[in-house]
Design a protein around this ligand. Structure first.
Ligand SMILES: NC(=O)c1ccc[n+]([C@@H]2O[C@H](COP(=O)([O-])OP(=O)(O)OC[C@H]3O[C@@H](n4cnc5c(N)ncnc54)[C@H](OP(=O)(O)O)[C@@H]3O)[C@@H](O)[C@H]2O)c1
Length: 345
């Protein structure tokens, strides 16, 4: 049974669990023609997504070539993907010419984005989040495109609101979030102009054991550091489940684009999560700060209606995370900055 184990003991096991395809993905993958192209594939999500869909095709007995494109700033990621049967193309998608190296593809998954470093180089954030979508849309006018967006396109909402829906206004604070709105609008423009079927997925936040809000809370609890609850509420989804939804949402592509929030089903409280992790670690928890009455929250009901609910329970993710931190499991060493309230990344 998928994800039934309470502990993940090694990086190999984490990769195995993270890329294990569920039945719904194995069924869906049979409808895909080669190649499936994943752009911006070298980040936190792309490698596991590529391998998961490849495994799904193998389990379904369906021949599918998966092509992963990125600059591969870290060449180890490219090797990791190749070792697992993924074809890779190294290219900078800011260069329009570079897209000629890419194969034609009926299905494109767009993971390219820039968030962190915006404060130091805002013009690059705007370029990555607007020029690349334009280049990709112009290169693939007849393909289905699933483009990752972010829950940051919404302003903060009341903590008891149940989260922003897809109809909520996209009037956020800060350069990154506004560039993310622009990313959506550029895709929408091209979708309307060329009738390209697209899906825009507003994700917050994918969690891995090496990265994410739950890891950060668990690290603080384990180190007996105070947990700041000023930004007191959040949503999250197991990255393996998020990746499955990304691929399966190809089926929902339309012009103008379908827009879906992508996250877990609950509004989570930082203090409550810290206490639950504290119990799993047998650690007492110190909280600091005063909970603000607003937070960045999304409501993913529409996604659940169309694709079903995520397979991995919060209890299971908390067990995995607590155990991972207690045994000193490796991390990406990257902060989520989920506490940021002024939009400055
Ligand atoms: N992870 C989350 O929790 C989360 C939450 C909200 C939204 N999202 C969205 O989901 C998408 C995927 O998430 P992620 O966490 O995997 O993002 P990520 O770690 O930032 O990965 C995106 C990758 O895109 C590649 N890239 C950037 N500029 C490029 C260019 N000019 N040409 C080719 N490749 C380029 C980069 O790899 P190279 O340096 O190798 O090119 C980068 O690692 C992002 O766009 C993000 O906006 C993610």
């Amino acid at each position: 049974m998928a994800n039934s184990c309470a502990r993940i003991e090694s990086l190999e096991e984490l990769d195995e669990v993270m890329t294990r395809p569920g039945d719904r993905l194995c069924e869906f993958v049979k409808t895909l023609e080669s190649p499936l192209l994943i752009l911006g594939a070298a980040g936190k999500m792309g490698p596991s997504l590529a391998v998961q869909v490849n495994r799904a095709a193998q389990e379904a007995g369906h021949k599918l070539e998966v092509v992963a494109a990125s600059r591969f700033s870290d060449s180890k990621v490219q090797i990791w993907l190749r070792d697992r049967g993924i074809k890779t193309v190294s290219c900078d998608l800011l260069e329009r010419e570079a897209l000629t190296q890419l194969p034609d593809s009926p299905n494109v998954i767009h993971l390219v984005g820039m968030k962190f470093g915006t404060a130091q180089n805002p013009s690059l954030t705007w370029a990555v989040n607007t020029l690349v979508p334009t280049h990709v849309s112009e290169r693939y006018p007849n393909s289905r495109i699933v483009a990752l967006s972010t829950g940051n396109v919404y302003p903060m909402v009341s903590i008891d609101s149940g989260g922003s829906t897809e109809e909520s206004s996209t009037t956020p604070v800060g350069e990154y979030a506004n560039a993310a709105v622009a990313r959506e609008r550029l895709f929408e423009y091209h979708s309307r102009r060329s009738r390209t079927p697209m899906v825009l997925l507003r994700l917050n936040y994918a969690v891995d054991l090496r990265y994410g809000v739950l890891l950060e809370i668990a690290q603080a609890v384990w180190a007996e550091k105070p947990v700041d609850v000023t930004t007191g509420y959040f949503n999250c989804i197991w990255q393996g489940d998020a990746n499955e939804c990304v691929v399966r949402s190809l089926d929902l592509a339309s012009s103008p684009p379908a827009v879906l929030n992508l996250t877990g089903s609950e509004t989570l409280s930082v203090s409550e999560i810290a206490r639950r992790i504290g119990r799993l670690m047998d650690r007492s928890v110190t909280l600091v700060g005063q909970e603000a009455q607003t937070a960045l929250l999304s409501n993913a009901s529409r996604l659940f209606q169309r694709l079903g609910t995520p397979a991995t329970s919060l209890d299971r993710i908390l067990e995995w995370t607590a155990n991972w931190v207690m045994r000193g499991g490796s991390t990406y060493g990257k902060a989520t900055h989920f506490q940021v309230r002024d939009g400055n990344f």
